[in-house]
Write a protein that binds this ligand. Structure first.
Ligand SMILES: [Fe+2]
Ligand SMILES: [Fe+2]
Length: 383
């Protein structure tokens, strides 16, 4: 789908042979000049201008899928091999299948993701970092987190925040079940910006200083704001957790009243109830529901997305390649790569949770989106 005008013969993009692009032919005098510049920690811009300013975004990341059938045994194995006390955070990192992914411990773009497992009675020691974090609970029971002293119970398919610099620790009660969730952080972005700090809490865990679930109880009532006692002045959502039941109900309510997007079906974003917008400053998340048999149209946009199937089965075509998914499978869509989603069931809805770096793209004014206008809006699938 992407225009490919690069000629391997000449090693240059034919579109670069135009006034306004770098097209200098080197000669001995220039080569000597480049050496002279290098000796002074300098370079001639035209040598790399076309490479570092491509005509359109050129992702260094590869569409990658992590199937739960493969990942779950490995995640459980990690819980036999190391303790959370030794590991700090016992997480199996989802590494994008690319040099950039391996170099930056990135799942896609400047996003980190991993699968964290907690056994009954275990805790992850309290700490905080500049990187923001979010978790999508995949399985288990009796898990909890404490964020800046606010204890929160975690249920399957709940979406929970740990915004930047908030103290947090997690655990599973003794009578709970082995619990697994997907972590999503902006560690690679904070490192790219060279602004990542990390601190451990003076004690092993925080002493809860608020009633259990107080934040979602106060701030999580749709359209209803408490008349008193609101003191929230932080730049992220005070709800802290978004319950699966409310999210699912919202999607079915939407479906009763509107057709939904031809690209994403019915979709809701997790939002800050006080000011709207995304729940955190650097990462956003949404849940979408594909109707039975829905074959979404293709589009592409700047910004990177990690998906996690929260029920149903289907496939996505990403950059012309088909990736089949079912419940708990995780996959990514890198920036400016065409993608479309298909629900393979004619009876059941399919749900895709996703998190992204759209808040960064929007804040910087560089979010761009394009719908595929040819072939009825669907990509050709490569064999
Ligand atoms: Fe953390
Ligand atoms: Fe998209």
């Amino acid at each position: 789908m992407t225009k490919n005008t690069k000629s391997s013969k000449q090693g240059m993009d034919q579109r670069d042979d135009v006034l306004g692009r770098a097209r200098v032919t080197d000669n001995d005098e220039l080569l000597a000049f480049y050496k002279e510049l290098e000796a002074h920690s300098a370079n001639a811009f035209w040598r790399r201008a076309n490479e570092i300013e491509p005509w359109e975004p050129e992702t260094r990341y590869t569409p990658t899928i992590w199937r739960y059938d493969d990942m779950r045994p490995l995640v459980l194995k990690s819980s036999q091999l190391v303790s959370p006390e030794e590991a700090g955070r016992r997480v199996v990192v989802l590494v994008n299948d690319s040099d950039a992914g391996r170099q930056h411990s990135a799942a896609v773009g400047w996003l980190f993701s991993g699968l964290q497992v907690m056994k009954p009675g275990e805790i992850t020691p309290a700490h905080r970092h500049t990187a923001s974090a979010q978790r999508f609970i995949m399985e288990g029971g009796g898990a909890y987190t404490v964020v800046d002293g606010h204890p929160i119970e975690l249920g399957q398919y709940d979406y929970v925040l740990t915004p930047r610099n908030c103290w947090h620790d997690h655990g599973v009660f003794e009578n709970g079940l082995v619990s697994i969730w997907q972590d999503g952080l902006d560690i690679p972005l904070m490192n790219a910006l060279e602004t990542n700090f990390y601190e451990v809490y003076p004690e092993k865990v925080q002493k809860p200083s608020f009633p259990v679930n107080d934040l979602p109880l106060v701030y999580g009532n749709p359209g209803l704001l408490a008349s008193s006692g609101q003191t929230w002045d932080k730049p992220y959502s005070p709800m802290m957790i978004y319950r699966w039941k409310a999210t699912r109900d919202a999607l079915f309510n939407l479906a009763k009243s509107q057709a939904g997007s031809p690209i994403d079906g019915q979709a809701v974003r997790f939002s800050n109830p006080l000011v709207g917008g995304w729940a955190m400053q650097t990462m956003g998340a949404q849940m979408q529901m594909l109707a039975p048999g829905q074959h979404g149209k293709a589009h592409r946009h700047t910004g990177n997305v990690m998906y996690n199937c929260a029920g149903g089965e289907g496939y996505s075509v990403i950059g012309g390649k088909r990736f089949d998914w079912q419940e708990h499978d995780i996959f990514c869509v890198p920036s400016w790569v065409w993608h479309e989603h298909v629900n393979l069931s004619n009876e059941e809805e399919a749900f895709l949770f996703s998190f992204n770096d759209f808040p960064v793209m929007e804040a910087l004014g560089v979010f761009m989106e394009e719908a595929l206008e040819v072939q009825g809006g669907n990509q050709t699938i490569a064999e």
